[in-house]
Design a protein around this ligand. Structure first.
Ligand code: MG
Length: 231
């Protein structure tokens, strides 16, 4: 296939969300001296947080709770598990979490190398991300990958979300890319891969976690270096 425009997802595909999130929570743990409140083991706290975050995200995606509730309750419930009942602190930390996270810089291994490789081969590269414009722009600027991308398509600007067709249509209009020469590269099977398939766009599933695939992407890789065999 003669690909010309590459559409990358950002979070969990090239920007290491898990690691950046963990660093942010560590920073908040230190700043607020949670050890002094009796939460003496950061790893134990992080494990509890991850559990609540995962469960509340599931409720959020199913429409049972609003984004605001997800944001502070995942912290509130984590503190509560360590017998710290402090809604004010949880709300303060949830605001700071969102302020700090976009400034973290961890990328998946080989991100810069593969983006240079693809740039040298004269592909046009863009992002399609279900995120807020300013947050996503901070992430790519701070991790020094912004110059690789011609267009950054966000759900905010397109008024649509992957896997819906609206954001893909908006992406083609904005970039003047041709569907047949475009490919979507992402980690999320429901949003990136099924979204691409529904829209008729080829897809590359970036399976960092090495899960058993549930949808049939055009290609599947487990490490960004493997893109060199495809593109
Ligand atoms: Mg993603």
């Amino acid at each position: 296939m003669n690909y010309k425009d590459l559409f990358f997802d950002l979070d969990h595909t090239i920007w290491d969300f898990e690691l950046n999130s963990k660093e942010t929570i560590q920073e908040l743990y230190d700043t607020h001296n949670l050890a002094a409140l009796g939460i003496t083991d950061f790893d134990a706290y992080f494990t509890v947080y991850s559990g609540h975050n995962h469960r509340l995200w599931d409720r959020y995606t199913k429409g049972f709770i609003k984004q605001e509730e997800l944001r502070w309750k995942r912290i509130y419930l984590s503190l509560l598990d360590f017998k710290v009942a402090n809604e004010k602190l949880a709300k303060e930390m949830s605001v700071q979490y969102l302020d700090i996270l976009p400034f973290k810089k961890n990328l998946f291994p080989y991100t810069i190398e593969i983006l240079n490789y693809l740039k040298d081969k004269e592909y046009k590269m863009h992002l399609i991300t279900n995120g807020f414009e300013t947050v996503q722009l901070h992430k790519i600027k701070n991790s020094k990958i912004d110059h690789f991308f011609t267009e950054v398509i966000t759900s905010e600007a397109s008024n649509s979300l992957k896997p819906h067709a609206g954001i893909f249509e908006y992406a083609l209009q904005t970039t003047k890319a041709v569907l047949e020469n475009s490919i979507m590269i992402g980690d999320n099977e429901a949003a990136d891969i099924q979204g691409g398939i529904n829209f008729g766009m080829d897809t590359i599933f970036v399976n960092h976690l090495q899960v058993t695939p549930s949808v049939k992407a055009t290609y599947t890789i487990t490490h960004l270096k493997e893109l060199e065999a495809i593109l």
